[in-house]
Design a protein around this ligand. Structure first.
Ligand code: LLP
Length: 410
């Protein structure tokens, strides 16, 4: 397990000023991860990472990503507004949405974003509500040729994208409408550590792109391979081999595209890989309960981090100050929701714990705070960036009851 970038003494000043739970994001970690990713794909002229806003929708994080050379992958109106706040616009935005309302297509077009369509019928819809774009992209769903997992689902059961046959038809129709610039999108994996799956999927997509180019008579400017790069949530799991992925992809690219006249730019929309390992949910133990099992009740709940309850996802837990104690207890680590799946860990070996202990839940920097909700009147926590000198900047305050009541009409 990667060591934490802070210890109890480092965050004590923060905890003395702000109540838990709270999120901490390690700026240095995020920056160096982006650099690592960009370096691995630097062989591809025009390579671009569009940070998936849904993973960590905070403008301050987008500003960091932008300063490292990333664009933004937005999937909704509010995500476009978050990109606005970070000053990301035009072709620096990839708009990858589904079941999209007219006003969101309009907003994406107004910003000059690359629009990625999830359905063959959306080209007519887009034309009707927002006019035709200069460049169009369609999302490919590989269907039964590929397996899936608990997060992204089995592709042929997944609601996303166009079938193989529809991909040909869609570009024919875009060409017939006079569109001259084209991209192709797919999101074949989610949280995948095995680069072979990614390379196999890339080969299928590159082959498809080439077939479409030949059959339809168009040229792709880019292929967007989506997000889905995995992170090692569990102890013992190895990090994704990003250099191996970069060089493997180069090999596949050269095999399929060879000496192509105009090089195809590759895009990624990674979220988890960029921020996942660098976000931490910090919480305190409220109660320790001994009933049929041993429970540790935190002041955070599933409303702060839904992944364990929703997917049974593993998130490592460190009890600050007890890192070197024997893990002599087996606990269910729970929150206070009236939901029995409000558990951060089940039967987890941990050191003996008591009220007041500070607990860090690892790898919560992507799809963590972002998936928060307000069930049982739970309030979303504050978010902080930890700078390289271990100073902290609040980038979102904690919600108050008044925030929840602000939408009431009475
Ligand atoms: N692009 C598209 C079109 C996506 O649908 C997603 C994620 C991403 C990029 C970013 O994927 P990433 O690199 O972050 O894996 N809530 C789940 C993840 C859902 C993924 C949805 N789409 C989780 O907590 O694991």
């Amino acid at each position: 397990m990667k060591p934490l970038p802070f210890n109890l003494a480092d965050i004590q000043p923060l905890l003395s000023e702000h109540p838990t739970p709270l999120y901490i994001y390690d700026e240095e970690g995020i920056r160096s991860q982006i650099r690592k990713l960009l370096a691995a794909f630097s062989w591809n002229e025009g390579f671009r990472e569009y940070f998936a806003v849904k993973a960590l929708p905070n403008p301050e994080i987008l500003r960091i990503a932008k300063s490292e050379g990333c664009g933004a992958d937005c999937s909704s109106m509010v995500e476009l507004l978050i990109a606005d706040k970070a000053g990301i616009t035009g072709g620096d935005i990839m708009f990858s949405s589904n079941d999209t309302p007219a006003e969101e297509f309009k907003a994406a077009m107004e910003r000059g974003a690359h629009v990625n369509l999830d359905d063959i019928n959306h080209l007519d819809f887009l034309e009707e509500v927002a006019g035709l774009p200069e460049l169009i992209c369609f999302r490919f769903n590989p269907g039964s040729v590929q397996g899936g997992n608990a997060i992204i689902g089995d592709p042929k059961e997944a609601k996303f994208g166009l079938t193989r046959d529809q991909m040909f038809e869609a570009y024919e129709s875009a060409k017939a409408k006079g569109i001259k610039r084209f991209g192709l999108h797919t999101m074949p994996i989610s949280n995948e550590l095995n680069i072979t799956y990614f390379l196999e999927a890339a080969e299928r997509v590159f082959t498809l792109a080439k077939e479409i180019e030949e059959k339809v008579g168009i040229t792709f400017e880019f292929i967007n391979l989506g997000g889905g790069l995995g992170i090692p949530y569990k102890p013992g799991q190895k990090e994704l081999d990003i250099e191996g992925l970069g060089s493997g992809l180069k090999h596949v690219y050269e095999k399929i595209f060879g000496e192509r006249q105009s090089p195809v730019k590759l895009f990624l929309e990674s979220g988890r890989y960029i921020t996942g390992p660098f976000g931490f949910l910090v919480s305190k133990v409220r109660h320790v309960k001994d009933s049929y099992k041993q429970y540790v009740g935190l002041d955070a709940s599933m409303a702060n981090l839904m992944r364990p309850g929703m997917y049974g996802a593993y998130h490592h837990i460190t009890v600050l100050g007890k890192e070197h104690e024997a893990q002599g207890m087996v606990y269910d680590v729970v929150g206070s929701l009236c939901e029995n799946n409000d558990k951060f860990a089940i039967d987890r070996q941990l050191p003996p714990m008591e009220a007041g202990d500070v607990v860090v839940i690892h790898d919560a920097g992507a799809h963590g705070h972002a998936m928060g909700f307000n069930y049982n009147g739970k309030l979303r926590s504050a978010e902080f960036i930890m700078h390289p000198d271990k100073t902290f900047t609040m980038i979102r305050r904690a919600e108050t009851p008044e925030d929840l009541f602000a939408t009431l009409v009475s």
